[in-house]
Design a protein around this ligand. Structure first.
Ligand SMILES: Cc1cc2nc3c(=O)[nH]c(=O)nc-3n(C[C@H](O)[C@H](O)[C@H](O)COP(=O)(O)OP(=O)(O)OC[C@H]3O[C@@H](n4cnc5c(N)ncnc54)[C@H](O)[C@@H]3O)c2cc1C
Length: 395
């Protein structure tokens, strides 16, 4: 593992930093999670992604023929760090960029790559993930949404749940059961569904943050062209896992945790306890030190993953570690902030005396969701134990 950047990479970082300083939307996108129902917000969010893409800072490692630049992953990692550092709005097309795109690059047909990848980059098409169903979350392979082949189409019936962003998505990458007789992992296929198809209904669900971030999606005889199958028929489980690998990597970001830690430290400096800033309280300092050590461990883990990517080493269980450690750390950072704020942590976002713009109560609730989404911590621990540590399987 080499922790140093080359002079060219440092120069590149400065260029990216300057671009972000000059181009980040000054208002209207908030922290990226508000206004999802609002068409004007959606248009601005898409415009931001397009701008970043046109500047050459999105999916830089993707192949050139599909709109990427085939660059080393280190360049993208620098951009990602700087985007977090600059508190730039998150990218509306994140599911396409972070999950479906890399999956299609490995598993898609040439036609699928040509058709879908460029529009993911420019945010012309937004994607959502249709995996979870009522009763099939951790035990995803038990999913029951059925797709029958009729002529050159799949006819889909069933229901998905917790589908983030379905309310504004154009397309869904979806797991369906195509062989109900086969053992559960072997009768699943991975298909791409147009969200504007007749028979498809999206019903928003309200999270405890008050946002309508995710949805129920119902399929009533939804027709999907057979050419929208990714990988082989009934062998979608392996493709699904490729997507999950990318999702788990996406959910734990070392630079994101570092930013949250810096914000927590600033908060502790601003709060007075017994006539002194809380940051000088020995007990709270100890807690900050403990959290900082975990943030630093995450950073080193990210560097190790980057080194593996550059050297072309096959990834192992690193993504699960990233997801497990990163999402729990983010929630613990928010918990420390909530406790530091005491009663003030109960204030609503629009209260005039709200602390730090109401960031922490929102972050506390949102980060709890990410400990669950993308596979719960228990499931990550099971996978790390079984595949990483080679411990005996529970079933
Ligand atoms: C914010 C958020 C966004 C999401 N977005 C999406 C999305 O866009 N698309 C999508 O398809 N899904 C999405 N999900 C759903 C998510 O993937 C599931 O919530 C998750 O996989 C857990 O499934 P479940 O909710 O059915 O819980 P369950 O599987 O019912 O689990 C309940 C509890 O039992 C534990 N448990 C279950 N099985 C085991 C086991 N074998 N060993 C140990 N413990 C176990 C779990 O850890 C959990 O604590 C999202 C969820 C959240 C919170």
């Amino acid at each position: 593992m080499d922790l140093n950047f080359t002079p060219e990479e440092d120069e590149f970082r400065i260029k990216v930093r300057r671009f972000l300083e000059e181009n980040i939307p000054k208002s209207g996108l908030g922290d990226g999670r508000e206004g999802r129902e609002d068409k004007a917000w959606l248009a601005r969010a898409k415009e931001w992604q397009r701008k970043l893409y046109e500047a050459g800072y999105v999916a830089m490692a993707w192949p050139k023929e599909f709109g990427g630049q085939a660059l080393e992953p280190v360049r993208q990692s620098i951009v990602n760090d700087e985007v977090v550092r600059a508190k730039a709005p998150y990218l509306i097309g994140g599911s396409g960029l972070g999950m479906l795109g890399p999956t299609l690059i490995s598993w898609g047909t040439e036609e699928q790559k040509k058709r879908y990848l460029p529009k993911i980059l420019t945010a012309e098409e937004i994607w959502c993930q249709g995996y979870s169903e009522p009763g099939s979350g951790s035990d995803l392979a038990s999913l029951r949404t059925r797709a029958e082949i009729v002529g050159d189409e799949f006819v889909v019936n069933g229901q998905k749940v917790w589908t983030s962003g379905a309310q504004y998505s154009d397309m869904m990458f979806c797991l369906v059961r195509t062989d109900p007789e086969a053992p559960k992992h072997r009768g699943i296929s991975y298909i791409l569904i147009d969200m504007h198809s007749p028979g498809l209904t999206v019903r928003p669900l309200v999270q405890m943050t008050g946002d309508r971030g995710f949805n129920e999606v119902f399929f009533d005889n939804v027709r999907v062209p057979r050419k929208n199958l990714v990988g082989k028929l009934n062998e979608g489980w392996i493709v699904a896992n490729a997507t999950l690998f990318h999702e788990r990597n996406m959910l734990g970001s070392a630079s994101g945790s570092e930013q949250r830690f810096n914000r927590l430290r600033a908060l502790a400096k601003s709060i007075q306890r017994n006539g002194h800033p809380l940051s000088e309280d020995p007990v709270f300092r100890q807690r900050l030190a403990d959290l900082q050590i975990r943030v630093e461990a995450m950073r080193l883990h990210a560097m190790r993953q980057l080194t593996d990517q550059i050297r072309g080493r096959q990834p192992g269980i690193e993504a699960m570690i990233n997801k497990l450690v990163g999402t729990e750390l983010n929630h613990d950072l928010a918990t420390a902030a909530m406790e530091a704020m005491g009663d003030d942590s109960m204030l609503a976002r629009d209260e005039p005396s709200v602390v730090d713009k109401g960031y922490w109560p929102y972050e506390w609730m949102f980060s709890l969701g990410l400990v669950i989404g993308g596979g719960t911590s228990h499931i990550q621990k099971n996978i790390i134990a079984e595949r990483g540590l080679k411990m005996p399987k529970s079933r």
